[in-house]
Design a protein around this ligand. Structure first.
Ligand code: ZN
Length: 410
């Protein structure tokens, strides 16, 4: 993707500013003369910023403005060790709301909508981002937060919510519950804004069908504002991102080399407007690609593909690299296999064994499904596996991110 002149100028001005005062990037970019950055190629030689760097800056080492300008902090979910703290100025908060409101608009949501928000509020950036964007849009928000399915459904019916904001697994849980209770005709949802998780086509179709809504993928990460830096459009062909706020690159996860448009690699983000904690070449660990060409919707905002997985989800089994999205794609083509699956990898008697658990459509021939799974995995992904069809509901659902791959080899 060619960097525009505006983007280049914003980035250069930011680097100049950051290297001229005591802050995280003064040290990170030590020895680099900002005046020597004359082109996109020069920019692409700058060092990456890693999540580990941000962790080391805990608690407030990322703060790039005087403390009195900081109005809020958020923290990324630190599943392992020290979390990352991101400070926001008022402008950062306003910019985030503006981007999020643009996401709703891209999804055709207006001030006449009633937006039911189930992601969590608090240190995590999710709920509050959905809220700010909806308020800026002028829609009525229903700030539910996660959990308590009975209450969720009651409010959804009583308030006649038209938009559901949720993670894909929670949307699926609610969709299943609505079907089970037979209350579909009392639900007025028209659209679903689904974030913070990767999901396959089959799961998308199930949620859309059971809820009777059109779904939109929202993208973002706490380190870069939060959800809302991009969203899919009606044409469901990738995620438009706001290139006036973020500059995106796709790099080879192993070598760090910038890849041509269309090739799959790791998304790297540079912020263009952020004040509290600007980021330069931040490695997101999300796997995607730039989608070349114009979108049929006519939007001029560029597109990345729906997130295909995490660089750390890439698993190597029997010498073959496997992405979760490949498994999802394979499942979507198999009769009687649902979208819910789990993978266990073990090492027994000197051999890797991959076991694929899949929820099967009730009443189907499980023996036949098992055979189909084994044959198709070998055919499409290239290794022989064990397959275990299970009942619908046997695999865990969660309100946060679902872990689908368990590597027990190390
Ligand atoms: Zn589009």
């Amino acid at each position: 993707m060619k960097m525009t002149e505006t983007q280049f100028n914003k980035i250069k001005a930011q680097i100049k500013k950051l290297t001229s005062k005591e802050c995280f990037y003064k040290h990170k970019l030590e020895g680099i003369n900002p005046d020597k950055i004359q082109s996109q190629e020069d920019f692409e030689k700058l060092p990456f910023t890693w999540k580990g760097d941000l962790r080391e800056a805990y608690p407030l080492g990322l703060m790039a403005v005087p403390e009195e300008e900081i109005v809020r902090i958020h923290s990324s979910s630190g599943t392992t060790g020290t979390p990352v703290i991101i400070p926001y100025t008022q402008k950062d908060v306003n910019d985030w709301a503006a981007m999020f409101s643009r996401c709703y608009q891209m999804a055709g949501i207006t001030s006449h909508d009633r937006i039911h928000i189930t992601p969590g509020y608090g240190l995590w950036t999710a709920g509050i981002g959905f809220q700010l964007g909806a308020e800026k849009l002028g829609a009525m928000t229903i700030p539910m937060g996660p959990g308590n399915t009975d209450k969720q459904l009651k409010m959804m019916m009583d308030m006649q919510s038209t938009v559901l904001c949720a993670t894909s697994s929670y949307a699926l849980l609610l969709a299943e519950e609505i079907a089970k209770r037979g209350i579909g005709d009392k639900i007025k949802l028209k659209k679903g804004v689904i974030g913070s998780e990767r999901w396959g086509d089959k799961m998308r179709k199930r949620i859309a069908q059971e809820l009777g809504v059109q779904l939109y993928d929202i993208y973002g990460l706490t380190e870069v504002y939060g959800p809302g830096i991009g969203i899919s459009c009606d044409h469901e062909c990738g995620v438009h991102y706001w290139d006036d706020f973020v500059y995106c690159e796709i790099v080879d996860p192993k070598t760090g080399e910038v890849l041509p448009d269309g090739e799959i690699g790791e998304l790297v983000i540079t912020t263009l407007e952020k004040e509290g904690a600007p980021l330069i070449r931040y490695r997101t660990h999300d796997l995607t690609r730039m989608i070349p060409g114009d979108c049929p919707c006519g939007s001029k905002y560029p597109r990345i593909d729906t997130i295909l997985g995490r660089t750390d989800d890439m698993i190597k089994v029997k010498g073959v690299n496997i992405f979760p999205s490949q498994i999802e794609e394979m499942l979507s083509s198999i009769e009687n296999a649902s979208s819910e699956y789990q993978v266990m990898i073990d090492h027994l008697n000197g051999k890797d064994i991959l076991t694929l658990f899949v929820e099967a459509v009730p009443g189907c021939d499980k023996k036949q499904l098992e055979k189909n799974l084994i044959t198709n995995f070998k055919l499409k992904i290239g290794i022989t596996i064990k397959a275990m069809p299970v009942e619908i509901g046997d695999l865990p659902r969660s309100e946060k991110k679902s872990t689908r791959i368990f590597d027990n080899r190390y």
